[in-house]
Design a protein around this ligand. Structure first.
Ligand code: DAH
Length: 347
């Protein structure tokens, strides 16, 4: 082919390609453009073999013409690609357009678990009276759980709290009283005013007992802490939790770590004290255990029982939640059933 002829072919190809590129509207057409204009059977590819037959001194010029065409076609391809890409973006944005005038979806608020609501309410009450919150492990030594609470190895009181032994001398704590000895060890010989909310474990299982439940322990040590202080504090606590109109009654009881020991009852809020199925016809509902810290407990934990005295109490969190909210099965507190929990939502 003569150079003039080749130049004419190239010009023609440029024109045809430009017209085709302008008409490209989508990716399929773009691919087609690429294979027709730049593929093996394209005019561009057919020009390279011609190089061989061109005289040496004109090869450069001829080569430049072919490269020019190649560059031209590549630019056309890029332009078309850019145009399609922008169109696609615009379409997507159009589709995803947000109408900011539409009303939003409401965010559903969760609710405090009734167990946690009781913990917070009791904790708030005691923080207001200057108590501190103490903490201890659920995996506890036999020593802290029993021995230091005046419950030696062969003491029958151990039967009251059938515990889970997980290694020699290590138990899942059966009551939060185990935190008492930790607090005493840490503070001896100084006064103490703490509550300890936490989980405890026992070999128990029925509608009102679970192998895991919660307790809040209280411990006050002070040379002038009296039994009268204990009674007035518990009366205030129970009225705070169950209503100012509740009658509070104290009965003598037995705990190895207190002497004297008491249990507190509140007047039944179902029948007001007359007697009903809820209070088993007694008019009273048993609510917590307490007492003056036993001198042995003071001594075992390093205090001088001639100088220091005090009182302690233990309250079942689940029991309070069940009574307060009318829950008939303790297991409901541990099932994470959203329908059940939603009933405690405060609107
Ligand atoms: N630890 C007792 C229990 O689990 C509850 C208790 C009773 C705790 C009397 C006390 C107390 O601190 O003084 O049954």
């Amino acid at each position: 082919m003569e150079i003039a002829e080749i130049k004419a072919v190239i010009e023609q190809e440029k024109e045809a390609a430009r017209a085709e590129a302008d008409g490209v509207r989508d990716r399929t057409a773009l691919q087609l453009f690429k294979s027709v204009r730049m593929g093996k059977k394209s005019v561009l590819s057919s020009l390279y073999p011609q190089l061989k037959s061109v005289p040496e001194e004109r090869k450069k010029e001829f080569g430049r013409e072919i490269s020019g065409l190649k560059e031209y076609l590549e630019n056309l391809f890029q332009e078309a690609f850019q145009r399609i890409h922008e169109q696609e973006l615009r379409r997507k944005m159009e589709e995803k357009k947000v109408d900011i005038t539409l009303p939003g979806y409401g965010i559903e608020l969760g609710s405090l678990h009734p167990y946690q609501a009781v913990v917070r309410e009791v904790t708030d009450f005691f923080l207001g009276l200057g108590f501190e919150v103490a903490d201890g492990p659920e995996v506890e030594t036999d020593e802290n759980n029993f021995e230091r609470m005046n419950i030696p190895k062969d003491h029958p009181a151990r039967d009251m709290q059938d515990s889970f032994q997980i290694a020699e001398g290590i138990v899942l704590r059966s009551h939060t009283s185990s935190v008492q000895s930790r607090v005493m060890k840490e503070n001896c010989p100084h006064p103490v005013k703490v509550i300890c909310p936490g989980k405890v474990y026992r070999r128990d299982n029925d509608a009102t007992h679970s192998h895991q439940f919660g307790q809040i322990e209280g411990l006050v040590l002070s040379p002038d802490a009296t039994f009268a202080n204990l009674l007035s504090l518990l009366t205030k606590l129970l009225r705070h939790l169950f209503g100012e109109k509740r009658e509070v009654r104290f009965r003598p009881s037995y705990f190895p770590f207190t002497e004297p020991s008491i249990e507190a009852d509140i007047s039944c809020f179902e029948c007001g004290g007359k007697g009903c199925a809820f209070c088993k016809q007694t008019g009273w509902i048993e609510i917590l255990g307490a007492g003056m810290v036993h001198p042995n407990v003071l001594r075992i934990n390093g205090y001088d029982d001639k100088v220091m005295q005090g009182f302690a109490f233990g309250l079942g969190i689940d029991r309070v939640a069940m009574l307060k909210y009318g829950i008939d099965d303790i297991k409901k507190l541990y099932e994470d059933d959203v329908d059940f929990l939603a009933q405690f939502r405060k609107e």
